[in-house]
Design a protein around this ligand. Structure first.
Ligand SMILES: O=C(O)CCC(=O)C(=O)O
Ligand SMILES: [Fe+2]
Length: 368
């Protein structure tokens, strides 16, 4: 099948290929800052309502739950209850005792830093092509006058092997491929453990979520946020929710940048060294009939220091029919439609991220 689908952003999706959308080319923020560390062009200055509030305005420093993965694996009921609460109330939690060796985390951060430290000409060899979201560049840029994020990224499909496009992998960079592969395997194990517990909580056997994916895919978005002379006016990543099933984020230990929308206010997620931040994506929100929420989040920048983060997305096969599972419709009515996941991806990728707006597409009318 190779029917073409026109995207709102002007890209063309050919069914059966991986190019699901495209993002317009934008300048490298890192390069801009290297040339002039003071200047912030108009295109990066957010409308007043979207600007990060000064952190001293944050009403209360609530902390997202911390889950001990080893306890969870050992069948600890209290930890499972904590996970249930974390998924319902927060959609976000940090995991500790996850068993990923510190060296693997360290290597991963080091190769990502090495990549962004390459000269621009070198990085451009891995630039996103037309009609592709993999590679070095930006995501969700669909018009010339939309506000831009203060960051650069490289996005790669990491698993399964056939989904990789090695032309975007900086394989000449010593140790990059090895570090990504090792980290990818570890994250796969950790995500399976989390999904096994979430499956139980959703009234399925522990392989329930695994089966629903049909084929589990994994991709990584490696973000680099240069320092910004006006951090109160820009955003590193605009508000969005993640379109996969779950996301596992590795972030710098010493710089707070990630914020989640919690009861209408933006709360910072304070890094715990060597922990992973996990969040529920749109797919689990739909499967759980809205019980577990895919929470809106964003990243802010820092005046003095660059920040890096590595988001690993677990994604089901694009051919699945996405909709609530039976066990989640016993005590409450169906809140979400059933739709082909590919149609949802095309819908989400074809527009600028606007918080959670795109997930309304998944909901039945009049259900919010
Ligand atoms: O940098 C961060 O903390 C957030 C990144 C993120 O949300 C993403 O890549 O989807
Ligand atoms: Fe995200």
């Amino acid at each position: 099948m190779d029917s073409e689908v026109e995207l709102e952003n002007g890209g063309i999706k050919v069914d059966g290929e991986l190019g699901w959308g495209k993002s317009l080319p934008v300048p490298s923020v890192q390069e801009m800052v290297r040339n002039d560390s003071e200047f912030v062009p108009e295109r990066y200055i957010q409308e007043s309502k979207d600007r990060p509030l000064d952190s001293t305005f944050c009403p209360k420093f609530n902390e997202i739950p911390v889950i001990d993965l080893t306890l969870l694996i050992n069948g600890d009921e209290d930890e499972l209850d904590k996970l249930d609460f974390a998924c319902k109330e927060w959609g976000f939690f940090q995991i500790i005792n996850h068993g990923v060796p510190e060296e693997v985390l360290g290597e991963m951060k080091a190769v990502v830093a090495d990549f962004f430290n390459l000269p621009l000409e070198e990085k451009k060899k891995y630039a996103m092509a037309e009609n592709d979201l993999q590679g070095y560049g930006q995501a969700y840029v669909v018009s010339e006058d939309q506000k831009l994020d203060w960051g650069d990224l490289i996005y790669l499909m990491t698993s399964p092997l056939e989904a990789r496009n090695m032309k975007y992998w900086p394989t000449t960079l010593s140790g990059f491929k090895e570090a990504v592969e090792e980290y990818s395997r570890e994250i796969e194990r950790v995500s399976e453990e989390i999904m096994a517990s979430v499956s139980l909580l959703m009234g399925m056997d522990k392989n329930g979520l695994k089966r629903l994916h049909v084929v589990r895919k994994q991709s990584m978005r490696m973000n680099y946020y240069p320092p910004c002379s006006k951090p109160d006016l820009v955003l590193g990543v605009s508000p969005h929710s993640d379109g996969g099933s779950i996301t596992l984020l590795l972030q710098d230990d010493d710089i707070t940048g990630l914020q989640i929308r919690y009861k209408g206010t933006w709360l910072p997620v304070k890094p715990i060294p060597n922990a992973l931040v996990v969040n529920i994506g749109d797919v689990v929100e739909a499967w759980s009939n809205g019980m577990y929420k895919s929470i809106e989040h964003r990243a802010v920048t820092n005046e003095n220091k660059a920040r890096m983060s590595i988001a690993t997305f677990v994604i089901p096969h694009e051919g699945i029919e996405l909709g609530p599972v039976e066990s989640m419709m016993q005590d409450q009515p169906r809140m979400y439609k059933t739709m082909k996941y590919l149609d949802y991806i095309i819908h989400s990728l074809g527009r600028k991220m606007d918080g959670k707006a795109h997930t309304n597409f998944l909901k039945l009318e009049n259900k919010s």
